[in-house]
Design a protein around this ligand. Structure first.
Ligand code: AHR
Length: 505
């Protein structure tokens, strides 16, 4: 018998912020140098020094926002090192990379060019560890200032007349590594005050004292977290949360490790989001404060073994990413942005490069298939849930061993009037047929679907770059009902055009 999914086309849960599909890029390993930045004189096809293929990937997933320069790198980065003629830029010792060096060839202008080329909004992170509030203020002025001044004059001298108008600014990164709660509170308030004096419209992201990798579903430092939230309440709009997951090795994993990793999305990660929102709501009581999950993804043990944090990127990671987006889209009013760590070569990458060669990972395809959710109205759904008992660290945490095999999310674009329904089937053996019913004032006139299906350990490689890729999937539309079969271990994107829908993507 077919499973059942009902999508309520008139009942919206809120708008899905496009920025939820954002990217995080850092000066780490082969991300910037040899990854995105190849230099203007490189034989590798590039636009103003930026690898063409990286631009193509970010454009094809409609990257809405890019976070830079870190990460740990932000804590020792002086933006002045990365502006001005290339030949004058200082080479610096990289504190967080054990003595590697930073040539500063990729700086503010190069980053802004990447954003222009990809259509993404920039999100800058200011240094609260080794620089001052004055430096942060100056950077805001350099990017956003219009009046004639020494700082804006420097920008003009460096080739940029008009301000870039950067909206998103994070104050510090993972503050718990660098500051005691009371010190961060003091810095945050000072930095924020002066940055806003330069541009009152900035959207500021606070870094809470909230460790990343801890397996606990609740904050292990609840007292520190409370202290920061208490200290900055009334001056807080967005709070950063970093959430990494791991589950056995990234390339060769056991069946238990397969399930454990996927179970973390709905167990540990959901609990962590809810517990942080719980603290914010209890202390501040303002539900307009949203979360910026500005580092998320899988950190496999292989990623720990080298300084460059490179790891295998299999189809399992793509299933994880799709389920993760379903999780984020279930909080459309509270999650303002999310940036995957990290888009090229590092950790949960979308693109891997080696010299002139490159390939797109299975996770890239999820970003591409889900891009229609960006800015859409999240719709209420009800569905039958095939479940399986999973005994893992993640399910023990919630004391619920039953895991949903299928997850779903639906949205309707106000712009195009089209509906996008995405479904994951995590079961590596079973196919599930779904009878999808669209209720409300929506008259379906056509439907099409694409599917990303493979074995959990399948991956793309330099020699086989298209082994895992999305293909068309037959669907059956009759009146407002669509029948779709979800193959084992798959992600499906079902697009439904309603009467009056425009021909927009
Ligand atoms: O993404 C890699 C590192 O993980 C970042 O530099 C840091 O912010 C986080 O802990």
């Amino acid at each position: 018998m077919a499973e059942k999914l009902i999508v309520y086309s008139d009942q919206t849960r809120g708008r899905i912020a496009p920025e939820v599909y954002g990217h995080f890029i850092e000066h780490l390993g082969h991300f910037i140098y040899d990854g995105i930045w190849v230099g203007r004189d490189s034989k590798i096809p590039n636009i103003d020094g930026i690898r063409e293929e990286a631009v193509a990937v970010l454009r094809s997933v409609s990257a809405p926002l890019i976070r830079w320069p870190g990460g740990f790198f932000a804590d020792c980065y002086d933006w002045r090192d990365g502006v001005g003629p290339q030949e004058n830029r200082p080479v610096r010792y990289l504190e967080h990379q054990d003595g590697d060096i930073e040539p500063n060839a990729f700086g503010t202008h190069e980053f802004m060019r990447l954003c222009e080329l990809t259509g993404a909004e920039p999100n800058l992170c200011v240094n609260t560890a080794t620089l001052t509030a004055q430096d942060a203020m100056d950077w805001v002025e350099y990017c956003n200032g219009e009046a004639e001044s020494a700082i804006t004059g420097l920008r003009r001298e460096n080739g940029r007349k008009e301000p870039w108008k950067v909206n998103y600014w994070a104050i510090g990164n993972e503050a718990y590594w660098r500051h005691r709660p009371q010190d961060y509170v003091q810095r945050y308030l000072l930095w924020r005050k002066y940055m806003l004096r330069v541009d009152k419209d900035l959207r500021i992201i606070a870094s809470l004292i909230e460790p990343t990798w801890r397996p606990e579903p609740f904050s292990p430092h609840e007292d520190c977290l409370q202290e920061v939230v208490c200290g900055i309440r009334g001056n807080m709009e967005m709070a950063s949360l970093h959430l990494y997951s791991e589950g056995g090795s990234g390339g060769e994993f056991t069946v238990d490790e397969y399930w454990d990793l996927l179970a973390q999305v709905d167990q540990r990660n959901r609990l962590r989001i809810e517990s942080l929102l719980g603290v914010i709501d209890a202390v501040v009581g303002d539900q307009r404060i949203s979360l910026a999950l500005d580092e998320w993804g899988i950190w496999h043990p292989e990623g720990w073994k080298t300084k460059s944090l490179e790891q295998p990127c299999t189809h399992r990671d793509a299933i994880f990413a799709a389920r993760y987006f379903h999780l984020l889209q279930s909080y459309p009013r509270r999650i303002a942005l999310a940036t995957i760590a990290q888009s090229v070569n590092v950790l949960h990458a979308l693109l891997r490069t080696d010299g002139a060669d490159s390939y797109r990972t299975p996770t890239y395809h999820v970003f591409e298939m889900f891009k229609g959710h960006q800015g859409g109205e999240a719709l209420e759904c009800l569905h039958t849930r095939p479940r399986r008992e999973i005994r893992s660290a993640a399910t023990r945490m919630r004391k619920d061993a039953l895991m949903d095999l299928v997850t779903v999310s639906a949205s309707k674009s106000q712009q195009s009037g089209k509906m996008l329904i995405t479904l994951t089937n995590a079961d590596p053996e079973e196919t599930f047929a779904y009878d999808v019913e669209l209720v409300g004032r929506f008259t379906a006139i056509s439907a099409s679907a694409r599917v990303l299906a493979a074995e959990p350990q399948d991956a793309n490689t330099f020699t086989e770059p298209d082994r895992v890729q999305a293909r068309n999937l037959a669907v059956d539309l009759s009146e407002n009902r669509v029948r779709v079969r979800l193959p084992p271990c798959s992600v499906t994107a079902l697009a439904v055009k309603g009467r009056g829908a425009k021909d927009l993507p």
